[in-house]
Design a protein around this ligand. Structure first.
Ligand code: URP
Ligand code: ZN
Ligand code: ZN
Length: 472
């Protein structure tokens, strides 16, 4: 059945205007004033914004980490994402040295099929750029539509790859049309600092931050930028947490390097002092890179405003406080890294960014949706409100206030790092390819309704869906 959304204000990355939106067969088929159709369901969006569905370019759902597995899987994680106004996630598919890349992708398909309630894609980790792995890449890019490759420069003895792997990946990516993503921290130096701290009896969560100083993130970011330049390739730096790393990206961009930067809500509103909370509560705030001294926040906000950082990922990687984070009691290096952010990513950027005058409404849409769609080969099928685009739509009440709490969130974890924070603005209804997933703040979606998305190559666009005959 056709749907027409009426009385709302459409906001894209470039425009804000009042118009009705007609949806048919999962697509936006018409945008205009006073649309009517006898057989259409009318959805009243009075007083609300109509945003393109959020695109979260950085999630870890059902991912093994540090002897445990993230609490949110593709069902709970994508459901929480939908409540928060996100209609597409791109998750990191982990690979194992000595095993084929294809087998890792099959594992990730099994984790997500029949579970996701919104659309999803995968980035692919490159842990070792062996001849076998490099030989697999062309087929994976063509057949799986996985057009982004992730290299960890940290987590020594686990995920960390060496510079040769990073460089080979950059060279291959340029040739094949993929975007390389890096977790930029110097894992070797961190490994030394962690061992030293533990040998000195420094075991509390705060030492997680103190053994990963901003300089090690800055150094790795700068190194990755130089290697990208040398390979004449393209790079996306995930979870930029601090001024020194943002500065490296800015410098490289001004020298013409094709480099992009993502930050996350936690780095915009939380700071290093949270790791000092008593009774081991600091473990709730253990991320890599770690939360930074508060002054870094304004630098990150400014980088979003000026376009030196372009996207916002949740880095959703959730672990319960009880039973998972507490694996690191008495040894901060055993605290599973990461937190539950997927649900509050959009609201926090709206409330702290738009409402507080730090970024414009159109910049907000660009940061939470459009830019990621463009960088990761989803645009213009996703990431905008336009005729021919998927009807991934968020109807957003910009005035409602709510308090973030683990008691009301929809993630599967027992705490929320933003507990007690007041935010203004909330999704009321969310549609994925024209079907309600959230309706009037109630979940009405279906596990398995989310589709795997094959993405276009870096710099190329998704073919818009074929125009269906309009019967309006
Ligand atoms: O602490 C974090 N960021 N956990 C998730 C894994 C990663 O490094 O992105
Ligand atoms: Zn990371
Ligand atoms: Zn991550």
């Amino acid at each position: 059945m056709k749907k027409i959304i009426k009385n709302g204000t459409i906001v894209t990355a470039s425009d804000t205007f009042c118009a009705d939106v007609c949806i048919e067969n999962g697509m936006i088929t018409l945008i205009g004033g006073n649309l009517h159709a006898v057989d259409a369901e009318i959805i009243d969006a009075k007083g609300c914004y109509i945003f393109p569905g959020g695109i979260d370019p950085h999630t870890h759902l059902d991912m093994p980490f540090g002897g445990t597995v993230t609490k949110d899987d593709f069902e709970t994680g994508t459901k929480a994402a939908a409540f928060g106004g996100t209609t597409t996630v791109i998750d990191f598919c982990l690979t194992t040295k000595g095993k084929t890349l294809k087998s890792a992708i099959e594992t990730w398909h099994k984790k997500s099929e029949q579970k996701a309630v919104i659309d999803y894609g995968f980035h692919l980790q490159i842990v070792e750029a062996s001849e076998d792995a490099l030989n697999e890449l062309p087929t994976i890019i063509e057949e799986e539509g996985i057009t982004s490759l992730k290299v960890f420069m940290a987590y020594k003895h686990h995920f960390q790859a060496d510079d040769e792997t990073l460089f080979r990946t950059l060279v291959a990516a340029k040739e094949l049309g993929a975007l390389v993503m890096v977790h930029a921290e110097n894992g070797d130096v961190i490994d030394y600092l962690v061992k030293k701290a533990l040998s000195e009896g420094k075991t509390d969560p705060i030492y997680h931050a103190l053994t990963r100083p901003a300089e090690v993130e800055g150094e790795a970011t700068g190194r990755a930028a130089v290697l990208t330049d040398l390979a004449n390739s393209q790079l996306y730096v995930v979870h930029v947490s601090c001024a020194v790393a943002a500065k490296k990206i800015e410098e490289a961009r001004s020298n013409g390097v094709d480099i992009w930067g993502e930050t996350c809500p936690q780095y915009l509103v939380l700071d290093q002092s949270y790791l000092e909370k008593p009774d081991f509560e600091g473990a709730k705030y253990v991320w890599s890179p770690p939360l930074r001294e508060k002054w870094n926040q304004e630098v990150l906000w400014n980088a979003l405003k000026t376009g030196q950082l372009q996207t916002l990922g949740s880095d959703q990687c959730s672990f319960d406080f009880k039973g998972q984070k507490d694996l690191g009691k008495g040894d901060f290096s055993k605290i599973p890294n990461g937190g539950p952010i997927i649900e509050d990513r959009v609201s926090i950027l709206y409330s702290e960014g738009v409402k507080k005058g730090r970024i414009s409404l159109n910049q907000f849409v660009d940061i939470v949706s459009t830019r990621a769609a463009k960088l990761f080969g989803l645009y213009p099928k996703k990431g905008t409100i336009a005729v021919g685009a998927d009807a991934d739509i968020v109807i957003f009440d910009p005035e409602v206030e709510r308090i973030i709490s683990a008691e009301t969130h929809h993630m599967a974890v027992d705490y929320n790092p933003f507990e007690g924070m007041k935010v203004t603005g909330e999704p009321v209804s969310v549609l994925s390819r024209g079907e309600f997933v959230i309706r009037d703040k109630q979940f009405v979606g279906k596990p398995g309704a989310g589709q795997y998305i094959k993405r276009a190559k870096y710099g190329e666009t998704q073919q818009p869906a074929e125009s269906k005959t309009l019967t309006i």
